[in-house]
Design a protein around this ligand. Structure first.
Ligand code: MG
Length: 222
């Protein structure tokens, strides 16, 4: 699975680590009754979560009955770095895409209650659909991009990356203090408000910016 090419990039990254940022939009933290964090909330997803445009989100109904969409801007890292300063951080971004941090909300709530990691709620197969990447050089202001998601044509999420609590340089600098970043690492940058449930047969479309990156997936319960 590590040899997946990131679609849309002429650079032939293979996906390495997948980092995700939690509670990076105040309106989303509020809707789940979570505090706004003082430092970025960081977790990871295994690479088996990745699926691409035209794919399926598979929900194992024996494990969860409440799976939510979280539309997010995803950034790809283009080169190796550690202790990256905020001033240099944008030089490490190779591209941007829309992605969905699919979350088994019921399982996550149970794990949170027991102070256990979220891995199982966030890491099931197909729980990270990702659209095509647009090269970073073609995006003039990644801190002003719409993050939208519709389910069966109805708008569920309609946010903007300008509302992120921690900016792209802040996230890259922070993560790289703890973990060396490599070419092909991805960072899901957090979701705006409007997260909600997915059901069998749903058609989900998510976009970044003015269709800079687009993702269409269907939902299948098993
Ligand atoms: Mg998320």
């Amino acid at each position: 699975m590590r040899n997946i090419k990131i679609p849309g990039l002429s650079l032939t990254h293979t996906i390495n680590s997948i980092f995700c940022i939690g509670r990076n939009y105040a309106d989303h933290a509020k809707e789940l009754n979570n505090p706004v964090p003082a430092l970025p909330v960081v977790f990871t997803k295994p690479v088996n979560t990745v699926t691409f445009d035209g794919g399926e989100i598979i929900i194992p109904t024996n494990l969860t009955q409440d799976v939510h969409h979280e539309a997010e801007m995803v950034i790809s890292i283009g080169k190796f770095g550690r202790y990256i300063s905020e001033a240099e951080a944008m030089d490490y971004v190779s591209g941007y895409a829309i992605g969905i941090d699919v979350t088994a909300r019921d399982l996550q709530a149970a794990l949170k209650e027991k102070s256990q990691p979220w891995t199982l709620a966030k890491g099931m197969d197909t729980f990270a659909p990702i659209g095509s990447f647009v090269p970073a050089a073609e995006v003039s202001d990644p801190h002003n991009l719409n993050v939208k998601l519709t389910v069966n044509g109805q708008t569920r999420q309609d946010g903007n990356t300008s509302d992120m609590i921690f900016s792209i340089p802040a996230l890259i600098s922070y993560v790289s203090r703890f973990i060396t970043l490599h070419e092909g690492d991805l960072i899901f940058t957090g979701t705006p408000a409007g997260v909600g449930p997915l059901k069998n047969g749903d058609k989900v479309v998510a976009t970044l910016g003015n269709n800079l990156s687009r993702l269409s997936v269907s939902v299948k319960e098993i």
